[in-house]
Write a protein that binds this ligand. Sequence first.
Ligand code: THU
Length: 126
Amino acid sequence: MTDKQLLSMAQKASLNAYVPYSHFPVGAALECSDGTVYTGCNIENAAFGSTICAERTACCKAVSEGHHDFVRIAIFADSENWATPCGACRQFLAEFSPDMEVLCTKAGGKYVSYRLSDLLPQRFNF
Ligand code: THU
């Protein structure tokens, strides 16, 4: 799967975002080591702290289906700023694959690639 294909899956997933409060849809597409892809969107809640980000939705779907080894995640948001994963999502993904690749988009279809270990050095672990 190419970066563009994974990004396109993330974009499609953002169409299912439930965002009545922020009006900021995000989509994610998480590629597992065996090639399986799980998508996710952000799901907001009236109790704002109960909101789940697109990345964690995808990760929960993957882990609940028995996948723990991730290669890449694409994150889509039609945003002025780069759609990088929030701190909680970095820690959540790093639990499973701390060195995975993270593709981040911004408006206009541009994307950049990071290593999760660069986005979250010295992740918490014990
Ligand atoms: N959001 C994500 O889905 N992923 C991130 O990495 C950052 C933020 C969502 C949460 C909330 O629904 C909206 O974007 C605004 O914060």
